[in-house]
Write a protein that binds this ligand. Sequence first.
Ligand code: MN3
Length: 200
Amino acid sequence: MTFKLPDLPYAYDALAPYMSAETLEFHHDKHHQAYVSKGNDFAGAGSKYEGKSLEDICQAAFAAGDAPVVNNIGQHYNHTHFWNWMKKDGGGSRVPASVQTLIDGAGGFDKVRQDFINAGVGQFGSGWAWLAIKDGRLEVMKTANGENPLMHGAKPILGCDVWEHSYYIDYRNARPKYLEAFWDNLVNWDYVEQMVSAQS
Ligand code: MN3
């Protein structure tokens, strides 16, 4: 497979003021593109990963300790969903029923919101905060660098990039404020629901 950079599903300025056009342009056009290019070098045509899905490559590379593929293909997977996990006028507590059921099982909306923010704040250095499904239940997770829940036996349904390149232009070092803005103003719950449906 030749990996390709997907288009952003909205204009660069669609998520302002919570995520600026400058951040999205650099993050998508430069950072995500670099993961795609390196992903093709390490896991593209002619590699042992040829013919596998992105999800399968994430799991196989992690199991094999193949760091360049974990990092670059992991990040390609993560960012491809990340753009879709956000939308203009997103966020808020009105979530689709299937997502609400999972959230209720994990202590309710306010607790899950705070656990998610805490996971992002508590991830030392670069990484991601997640809502994931493991053994049929919602779990709040955090992972380092390019890793994701697929590599840890869970299925991601929402992720927030807490690498500094995702928020430093807009929030400087205030990672908690970025995570609050992501949850309260950007999350595309309909896409989260699609990820839940893809479970079965
Ligand atoms: Mn990123």
